[in-house]
Ligand binder design. Structure first.
Ligand SMILES: [Cu+2]
Length: 309
């Protein structure tokens, strides 16, 4: 065991030296043909193609901006005011934003077990501090996502942890299902989601068995969809297709979105929609199958030869 550890250390050391040699070689001339990339075991979750931008929400600092929670730990309470700032590269709070979906900043808060989802719109004071009341009745680790566009910058979703003290009782991820119910509404999900590719997903709303065709615009759309990867709470970019008043987008029952799942795995989808003056949230678990696991035979072959990814 000890010898193995030593050997592994030696190999790592060699790899480091070889890495430097490679880097130098690359600077001086053409790359060697047989870069031993496959000797290194993969550590992170597989991404679709490896060339796309990483998903949002995983970093507290990105593109020169930082999400800074005033109080990253708090006690469990039904009405807790969260205060935070978006800091620029110089550490100064950002006070100017570009509006998107009627708001300068969208805040998503969810417990790490995917329960207690909240999509809220904080208020900005003159000094760059945002504040909003949250329901933090249940203890646990929460993820806070700020989705915004700084003036002169690009859209960003930054994520930070918020610890809520108390007895934590994590819940298992609900099983994958194509329908969800909320307050007498049934929402069904259609569309195949493939890793690494933009997919069209339609969520159809019905009430008492009848399709709802008079959904109300909420924040400039008939629905808002947030999708999070279960294993790490990566935040997916989701765009509604069409908007109220464009002459082609119906007020239900179907609401269509384009979304890209960065990898295979379980995702939790949260759809906010407004009807009869009330905003409700329907929640789904979706299992995205691996793109290359087309048949069991292929998967088995891949496993036997070590060729599969
Ligand atoms: Cu929002």
């Amino acid at each position: 065991m000890n010898a193995t550890t030593k050997f592994a250390g030696f190999t790592l050391g060699l790899a480091a030296v070889f890495g430097i040699a490679l880097a130098t070689g690359a600077a001086l001339g053409p790359e060697p043909a047989d870069t031993p990339a496959h000797d290194t075991p993969a550590t992170g979750p597989a991404t679709g193609s490896g060339t796309e931008e990483p998903p949002g929400g995983l970093l507290v600092t990105s593109g020169g901006y930082t999400l800074s929670l005033d109080t990253p730990q708090t006690a469990a309470a039904p009405n807790t005011r969260l205060r935070f700032r978006i800091l620029d590269q110089q550490g100064a709070p950002v006070t100017r934003y570009v509006r998107s979906h009627d708001k300068d900043l969208h805040l998503i808060v969810v417990r790490r077990d995917m329960s207690a989802f909240q999509h809220v719109h904080p208020v900005l004071d003159g000094k760059g501090t945002w504040s909003v009341p949250l329901d933090l009745t249940r203890a646990g680790d929460y993820r806070v996502f700020a989705d915004f566009t700084p003036d002169g910058g690009e859209n960003l979703t930054l994520g930070a942890d918020l610890r809520v003290a108390g007895a934590y009782d994590p819940r298992p991820l609900p099983v994958a299902a194509r329908t969800a119910t909320v307050n007498g509404y049934t929402v069904s999900l259609d569309g195949a989601i493939t890793p690494g590719r933009s997919a069209q997903v339609t969520l159809s709303v019905s009430k008492d068995g009848k399709p709802v065709t008079d959904l109300q615009p909420y924040l400039g759309a008939y629905g808002h969809l947030v999708a999070l990867r279960a294993a790490d709470l990566a935040y997916l970019h989701v765009h509604p297709e069409g908007h109220p008043g464009d002459g082609v987008t119906p007020a239900g029952p179907g609401i269509t979105f384009a979304m890209t799942a960065p990898s295979a795995g379980d995702y939790r989808l949260f759809l906010d929609f407004q009807h009869e003056g009330v905003v409700r949230t329907a929640e789904f678990t979706v299992s995205v199958p691996s793109g290359d696991a087309q048949t069991a035979e292929q998967a088995e072959h891949g496993a036997n030869t070590g060729h599969g990814h």
